[in-house]
Design a protein around this ligand. Structure first.
Ligand SMILES: [Zn+2]
Ligand SMILES: [Zn+2]
Length: 243
């Protein structure tokens, strides 16, 4: 997400080439990106970090455990270490980090505050823990995991152990669980929900959107894709791009 002058990224799970291609498509300038925050060490969140950070001098932020658990190939030349719960100021952005439930060494999510507005990036959530609920309640915009359709997962191709892992309290949020989370923790100021981390095997955009249908009067619900940039939305004077 960014303003006219500066921007921060959350996670770097795609290659630098893809990031460049998508930013160009959306007429965004990578030189404005000051920092990238990594949520956990799974490769779909970190594999582009080293090249992105080193080539573009983007400051990398991750926890000590995440850094050490991450594959060496993903390590940037230098990194800033934080602890879950820390608030880190990057230019005009105040980045609130918080712990979440997921099967990684030290998983975190982020709420980014700018000029009184709050944008949450909450994916890879095994369950809607108190941290997630409390931070969601402060968001104007949230990039929320809606990972799987429960029936598709049950009837789908994953082996038993993987199905159990996805469903567990340290796996991912289903469409239904994401709806429940919004219903219980979404507040009046919440305007836009990006449905994110939609599984290629156990979900479809139409199914996730359908699950959220009754909430569409209250919120703008926007799907995201792992293959294309999501649309740019504006809040206050800021611009936001996610994905
Ligand atoms: Zn993960
Ligand atoms: Zn993930």
């Amino acid at each position: 997400m960014g303003t006219e002058k500066e921007a921060v990224l959350v996670d770097a799970g795609i290659s630098r080439r893809q990031v460049m291609k998508r930013m160009k498509e959306m007429k965004l300038d990578i030189s404005k990106v000051k920092a990238v925050f990594i949520s956990h060490e799974h490769s779909d969140h970190i594999k582009g970090l080293r090249v992105l950070a080193d080539l573009h001098r983007i400051e990398a932020y991750l926890t000590n455990d995440t850094l050490h658990k991450a594959h060496r190939n993903y390590h940037p030349n230098s990194a800033h270490v934080f602890e879950a719960g820390d608030i880190i100021q990057i230019g005009a952005f105040k980045v609130h980090s918080f712990a979440k439930q997921h099967d990684a060494i030290d998983p975190c999510s982020f709420r980014i505050e700018i000029e009184g507005h709050n944008i949450g990036v909450m994916t890879d959530i095994g369950e809607a823990c108190d941290h997630v609920k409390a931070h969601l309640a402060a968001c104007d915009i949230v990039f929320l995991e809606s990972n799987y359709d429960e029936r598709m997962l049950d009837e789908g191709p994953y082996p038993y152990y993987l199905k159990e892992r996805v469903k567990s309290g340290k796996g991912h949020l289903s469409n239904r669980q994401a709806v429940e989370l919004v219903e219980t923790a979404g507040c009046d100021k919440l305007k836009i929900i990006f449905l994110s981390h939609i599984s290629a095997d156990n979900n479809r955009v139409e199914i996730a959107m359908n699950e959220f249908e009754h909430l569409q009067k209250q919120y703008q619900i926007l799907p995201t894709s792992r293959y294309t940039p999501s649309e740019i939305v504006q809040i206050g004077t800021e611009q936001l791009i996610l994905n």
